[in-house]
Write a protein that binds this ligand. Structure first.
Ligand SMILES: C[S@@+](CC[C@H](N)C(=O)[O-])C[C@H]1O[C@@H](n2cnc3c(N)ncnc32)[C@H](O)[C@@H]1O
Length: 215
């Protein structure tokens, strides 16, 4: 959180009530401490997919499918499809149930396994890629995903500022050194990568948006 809690609450109130299914998922995630995107980030993903008219959407890190549903509802509007990957069998099973209840099964393919393996087997290209899995693996995902993003496609990554600790000079417990260092390296590599045009938004837990340039 990089701005006052009151502002986050206020901005969230502008989104209005989520429908009962998303509200149930938010409550469940909170209860079980499953780290899902904030409603504002979910809404933002939905807007980005719709405004970019993305057809082929890829998500790395499904958990119980909360962000997947925001993405898939947008894909329903664009006539697109979401492929989502998670290595946690139980969470993915629950995501499939929620997706079914949201009547979005036709819009979503959920793949179980380590994204670092699955990404090497995908031969389609994607217009929109959302990364929200293991923070320490972001650099690995970046190199695996690069060839899969269509020219002009968008790469959106959550938690890039991780509680603000990625900002140099922040103080945090030593056990987070590796993760924060990895995220800092990831952001710097992404920002300097001339194949992407990137901006970072300090909302939610920090969200980067990059457009793949060129052929
Ligand atoms: C932050 S949660 C995803 C939350 C979800 N995007 C949402 O907002 O509703 C991260 C998920 O990534 C999964 N994950 C972590 N490392 C992974 C990997 N290498 N391959 C596939 N899934 C992974 C975890 O199992 C976890 O469910």
């Amino acid at each position: 959180m990089f701005y006052p809690f009151e502002m986050e609450r206020y901005l969230e109130s502008l989104l209005g009530e989520r429908d009962p299914l998303l509200s149930e998922m938010e409550e469940q995630a909170l209860k079980e401490t499953i780290p899902v995107v904030t409603p504002m980030v979910g809404n933002f993903l939905n807007l980005l997919v719709q405004t970019s008219n993305a057809q082929a959407v890829l998500e790395i890190g499904t958990a119980i499918g909360y962000s997947t549903i925001w993405l898939a509802r947008a894909a329903q509007e664009t006539g697109g499809h979401v492929t989502t990957i998670d290595m946690n069998k139980d969470r993915l099973a629950r995501a499939r149930e929620y997706i079914e209840r949201a009547q979005l099964s036709d819009q979503v393919t959920a793949l179980e396994g380590d994204a670092r393996k699955i990404l090497t087997t995908l031969d389609s290209s994607f217009d929109f890629v959302f990364i929200d899995a293991a923070k320490g693996e972001y650099l690995e995902y970046l190199s695996l995903i690069y060839p899969l993003i269509a020219p002009g496609g968008l790469l959106v990554v959550d938690n890039v500022l991780f509680r603000g600790w990625v900002v140099p000079g922040s103080t945090f417990a030593p056990k987070y050194d590796r993760m924060v260092g990895g995220l800092r390296q990831f952001l710097e590599d992404l920002a300097r990568n001339s194949s992407f045009s990137t901006t970072v938004l300090p909302f939610g837990d920090g969200v980067s948006i990059s457009r793949r340039i060129g052929l």
